[in-house]
Design a protein around this ligand. Structure first.
Ligand SMILES: [Zn+2]
Length: 385
């Protein structure tokens, strides 16, 4: 490849279009419990035995050692972070990452465990905009109302004015519950599914994973989102340990994407759909209302793999459809390192487009700024500055 001038994105602020709250308490009793923040595995032996040998974790330790100015080993880094109070650490990392706006999914972790939005904004000298998690709202309304009709009505009413309630987007985790092949169901099928949900709720806390019922309620949300032109984020691909990754392929969304009455609903495919990045990029290339999120925090990947998904996305999707995120959750290290890595990786991948005469250097820099912040500002209608 030709050597080209560097595409330097280090001074571009980021709009993190998908992340979660940061825990108020950053006290972890030992290394293994801190490592748990850097795995999607629910198996307790993973943080003890294997997490420390991932490429992601090794990169994290080296990056943090440079930040704390300590030895590049995990004990030294863990000791250095423990010297700081939780909110002090969070503020220092967010400011160092030069975050402009965080779009947070307030559905998880529980609000009582995380720093509230206004405090987070002050600590990070950034803006924090909340997004509404649909399944959490559905579960609450299912507990408050009896019949399916009542639940649907209450759900539509709750989503009647999404922006007016202060939310910039809706978010669905249906991929983790029943998969992305969302379809239509008859009233009878949805009623039967509701009865099954009620029976299950007698035994354990209500967890909505009843496909006909969940799909039916999602269609209520899609109609509202389309009418108000509010973006809906879908978790796609690699994520929670409970996901069936076969059902998390974004191609399953075809029935929803083909609906002409939903064309007003921007659809954001999260997590670069990893490992289905090409499928997600294809959808963003074909459907006017589909956008692809590029997350550099979670999934927890090595640098080469981040570079390769960025190449895949830039290789097929319009650059105007790509959005930066961290999917950071709980520990502020994720939000921080993602911003640093995202700028690097994106700059490197854009340099390749310059080397192939696809972009000029100024075009590549403008493209980098669009992916890191501009596209999100336009899509979510966030005024900047
Ligand atoms: Zn997330």
């Amino acid at each position: 490849m030709f050597r080209v001038e560097a595409v330097d994105l280090r001074y571009v602020t980021v709009v993190d279009n998908h992340c979660h709250g940061i825990l108020r308490s950053q006290r972890f009793e030992d290394l293994a419990s801190w490592r748990r923040a850097f795995t999607e595995s629910a198996d307790p032996s993973m943080p003890r035995e294997h997490v420390a040998s991932t490429a992601f974790y090794r990169r994290l330790i080296r990056s943090l050692a440079a930040f704390f100015d300590c030895e590049p080993d995990e004990e030294a880094v863990f000791a250095a972070r423990a010297e700081m109070e939780g909110s002090e650490l969070t503020g220092a990392l967010l400011r160092d990452a030069d975050v402009e706006i965080l779009l947070t999914d307030t559905g998880y972790p529980p609000p009582e465990e995380v720093l509230p939005g206004d405090e987070l904004a002050e600590l990070g000298r950034c803006r924090v905009e909340p997004m509404l998690r649909l399944e959490t709202l559905m579960e609450r309304l299912l507990a408050e109302h009896d019949s399916l009709e009542e639940v649907k009505e209450a759900f539509a009413a709750a989503l009647d004015d999404v922006r007016g309630q202060g939310y910039v987007a809706l978010k669905s985790i249906v991929a983790y519950r029943t998969g992305l092949a969302i379809r239509g169901w008859t009233g009878e099928e949805a009623e039967a599914s509701l009865r099954e949900f009620r029976r299950d709720a007698e035994e354990r806390p209500a967890r909505l994973a009843h496909k006909p019922l969940l799909d039916t309620l999602l269609h209520v949300a899609f109609a509202e989102a389309a009418r108000q032109e509010v973006p809906v984020q879908f978790h796609v691909g690699y994520g929670d340990a409970d996901t069936n990754l076969l059902l998390g392929n974004p191609l399953h969304l075809r029935a929803v994407l083909e609906r002409p009455d939903y064309r007003g609903m921007p659809v954001v495919l999260l997590h670069e759909c990893y490992p289905y990045t090409r499928e997600g990029g294809y959808l963003a290339a074909v459907y006017e209302n589909v956008y692809l999120d590029l997350s550099y925090g979670i999934p927890l990947l090595g640098y080469g793999e981040m570079l390769s998904f960025t190449r895949e996305a830039l290789g097929v999707a319009p650059i105007s459809k790509l959005l930066y995120s961290s999917d950071g959750i709980g520990a502020p290290e994720l939000h921080w390192m993602s911003a640093i890595d995202g700028r690097h990786v994106l700059g490197q991948a854009l340099e390749e487009l310059v080397a192939h005469s696809e972009l000029s250097i100024p075009e590549a820099e403008a493209a980098g700024e669009d992916v890191l912040r501009g596209n999100a500002i336009r899509l979510y209608r966030l005024s900047s500055g």
